[in-house]
Design a protein around this ligand. Sequence first.
Ligand code: HEC
Ligand code: HEC
Length: 346
Amino acid sequence: MALWALLVFAVLLVGCGDGPITLPPGEGVDPATLDLEDDALAAQSLLAYARLNDYANSWTSLGPEGGYAGHPNHASRLVTYLDPVAAEWLEGASKDGAGDPAAIPEGALILQEGYSSEGEFQDIWMMLHREGYDLTGREWFWANLSPEGKVRASGKPEQCWFCHFSMRSNEMVFSFPVPGVVPLRGEGEGESEGTEAAVEISQADRRVAEELWRSLEEADYREEWTTGLKDPGYAAVRDARSVHSESLALYLNDAAADCLEATPETMPDGAVLLLEHLDEQGNAQALDVMWKRKGYDPENGDWFWAEFAVDGRLEKAGAGAGCRDCHQAALTNDYLFRYPVAIVHL
Ligand code: HEC
Ligand code: HEC
């Protein structure tokens, strides 16, 4: 081998940092009964098990193919997988009705892959449900590993739960409403309720909605507002129950955007979060809006909820508008799913 090749080889080896890691055997690992005492070993065993089962091809993935734009504390692009136990639980509960939030099955495992904006695979995060494991952490075992299998955090790390604790009303989960946390509407009922809600908009709420629409028209939000932490056209995380379309653009006015860094528990008065539903060409189809109005509905976080057609026609509006019953899952995070605003400051 030429000297330069040896040099390159040596540099590569050093560049690898910790060098290759041999994972424990994945064979025989059962997430429902795996010993969690040695938490780093458990984290690696879970990864070995997931890989042995070819999770990327055989597990259920949430959201669209190729992943979706993630919160910066995780990664630019996320792909989230549910092991068969978690997938069956989520699907069953979506189909059959309410479910029981206290009954997340043993061995339910959520695995998330994180990629940089350049597409480099950087992280693996896992949440494994284990009854009695950690009551403060809502009985989840947490793990964060490098793709090589180096354990970055495992067990009951504060660094995971202090942020996920914002979603304690939803069993610590951000990406989807946990079955049973909010009552599910029966088959067909959803639609009739939707039209009812549209009929039932009060005059007062109509006026509020008109005020909101005018302010949106004036604001030129596509140019002026913060697109949140996500790119317009970011793909939504969806399970069977999510109502928002697959491709979304999220816009935040200044009051809402300023608050993302500060995480002051709740969004401030005047905050507006606007979710555009996009079609395949990237054109807006409908607008879902949350507007924080101090004194509007103090019992329910003072949110005014509205859905507009693109021409401003009002579809839904009010203190619930068929929106709050689902966003209720995120009660402890000021009704927001994807932005931690109620982080516990340690
Ligand atoms: C600053 C907040 C924050 C911290 C810290 C954090 N997460 Fe998350 N996590 C989120 C958010 C927000 C999501 C929703 C998806 C996204 O990232 O856009 C999420 C999603 C997840 C998911 C997918 C299931 C779900 O809840 O949606 C897993 C698994 C996960 N995180 C594991 C971890 C682990 C393990 C750690 C600690 C090493 C950790 N997280 C630290 C905010 C955080
Ligand atoms: C069946 C559950 C459900 C219903 C009903 C629902 N939403 Fe959502 N909403 C979600 C989920 C899940 C997300 C997170 C989507 C994502 O980023 O992948 C979300 C996100 C949002 C966001 C972005 C802020 C956030 O929470 O992350 C806004 C704004 C919003 N919804 C408004 C509305 C409005 C207005 C309505 C009623 C017209 C409504 N939603 C009805 C589940 C629901």
